[in-house]
Design a protein around this ligand. Sequence first.
Ligand SMILES: Cc1cc2nc3c(=O)[nH]c(=O)nc-3n(C[C@H](O)[C@H](O)[C@H](O)COP(=O)(O)O)c2cc1C
Length: 297
Amino acid sequence: MKILIFYFSGTGNTEKVAKAYADALAANGACVISESLPEAENKLADIDFDSYDLLGFGYPIHAFNAPANLLTLAEKLPKFAQSKRAFIFKTSGEPVRMSDVSSLKLIKTLRKHNVQVTNEYQYVMPYNIIFRHSDRMAYRMWNVAQKVIPIDCAQILEGTPHSVKRMFMGGLLAWFLRIEHWGARFNGKRYKVNKDCIRCGYCVRVCPTKNITIDEKGKFRFGNRCLMCMRCAFGCPKAAIEIGLFKSWKVNGAYSFDKPAADDLPQADKHANYCKKAYNRYFAAAEDKIRSAENKP
Ligand SMILES: Cc1cc2nc3c(=O)[nH]c(=O)nc-3n(C[C@H](O)[C@H](O)[C@H](O)COP(=O)(O)O)c2cc1C
């Protein structure tokens, strides 16, 4: 089976998941090509879609939405004469049901191109905005995702559908929440660099929409194409980017996903109670899934 995966990742979480998908699908004999955004957009015209049996789409949930650039890519797909099957994987900072509406627009757009989404999965990964999870929690999330992904990939390859339950009026809610795409552009123009900036140009290089420029006087300009993906602010070596109206929500610096040492005492986690029930439910369901896969004859 030949599979083509398109994904966008702002700060690396979805990329980790996309790589785990490619590895798990390949381990089951599939031939997998992964294309990340924004580069994928320029390759669309050269892709021989007929040679692919299955398409995959991966994204981080942004304010209960799929990022605008992935929706644009879906709109630019050809309209296939024969129906194609697809799967979706998403990453999010929290495991709340409302996130399920994030894929509705993507599914609808794909349907117009004769692409039917039969499988959809969500993986909780550490927040890249709002607050920082502890590295211990990041490890737990990634450890569970790495075990669940091969099970989900096996299900995709078997052809067993897996959809998520939608909320009542989910479509309307999703439509309303897409205000985030406009909000990201509005807020993105209000980004600033503070005095800690060393003009290394990291943000300019990594911005997926080329929204950041430095003029000849060294002054930063933030344009109106921001996706609020956080790549610039998260990876800035001096934590010098202020993210507009959401200044206090900035998270800076890569997570360590390594297993904590046995003698590493848990740090006090001031967010330990945030959505605690939802995280417990998510981990319990994942652990159940892993156990039943292990006990499968
Ligand atoms: C602008 C923005 C909005 C977000 N909104 C949500 C959200 O509604 N629900 C959620 O669970 N996580 C949300 N997150 C967290 C990301 O989905 C999560 O950290 C994701 O794994 C990041 O993936 P990436 O590293 O591939 O960009 C948001 C992140 C950003 C930057």
